[in-house]
Design a protein around this ligand. Structure first.
Ligand code: GAR
Length: 222
């Protein structure tokens, strides 16, 4: 919202517990200058526990189940229904917060450089659906999270912010993931806020982001 005080309309997509959705809603509620509001929450799963966070906050939900093993035509029709369901709420930024489906170029073209994802690793390491498990199995001593713009490759687009999380002796996947999520809960809202204020500039695959001062003002990838 660079030229007026209107809040940027946000869609959030989830597949699971939705702790990142909850964190985003909480940060927005606590920050009068956030510049964005969640207008719709979408999911590919009717049983996504995070949908409850949307309902509690009075935010509309759009749920489109995608059956396992769906063929290309079924997937395309599913994505079309999801897109139309979201578009009815006129979002300007789409936030993938634990959304475990790949979206096509057609979806992304509708919100160019305005689809943002959080991923529980320091990309480009450990892309895909099992990033925390794979980091542990690989024996890395440092992992973390990455917030990035989404392009047509999985977990690949311009990086907005990253933060490291140490792997501790005896860590389990759940324990490590919880510590990563605690960082995501701060980093994802900070990046969404920057998008709402047009504080993100993308050149090629490099993004320059101005985060709010209270999130440690920093120029990333100078
Ligand atoms: C988050 O850690 C997010 O980074 C991850 O799913 C978790 C969702 O947690 N996403 C991916 O792995 C995508 N590749 P939440 O449902 O509690 O917000």
């Amino acid at each position: 919202m660079p030229t007026d005080t209107r809040a940027t309309r946000l869609a959030v997509l989830i597949s699971g517990g939705g702790s990142n959705l909850r964190a985003l809603l909480d940060v927005i509620a606590a920050d009068a200058g956030f510049g964005g509001e969640v207008v719709v929450v979408g999911s590919d799963r009717t049983d996504a526990a995070g949908l409850e966070h949307a309902r509690t906050a009075g935010v509309a939900t759009v749920v489109e189940e995608l059956p396992r093993g769906a063929d290309a035509a079924t997937r395309a029709a599913w994505e079309q229904r999801l897109t139309e369901g979201l578009a009815a709420h006129q979002p300007e930024v789409v936030v993938l917060a634990g959304f475990m489906r790949i979206l096509s170029g057609g979806f992304l073209a509708r919100w160019p450089d305005r689809v943002v994802n959080t991923h529980p690793s320091l990309l480009p390491a450990f892309r895909g659906a099992h990033a925390v498990r794979e980091a542990l199995a690989h024996g890395v001593k440092l992992t973390g999270c990455t917030v990035h713009l989404v392009d047509e490759e999985v977990d690949h687009g311009p990086i907005l912010a990253q933060e490291a999380v140490p792997v501790l002796p005896g860590d389990t996947e759940v324990a490590l993931h919880e510590r990563i999520k605690a960082v995501e809960h701060r980093l994802l809202p900070a990046c969404v806020r920057a998008l709402c204020h047009d504080h993100v500039t993308v050149v090629g695959r490099r993004a320059e982001v101005r985060l709010a001062p209270d999130t440690a003002e920093q120029e990333l990838h100078p």
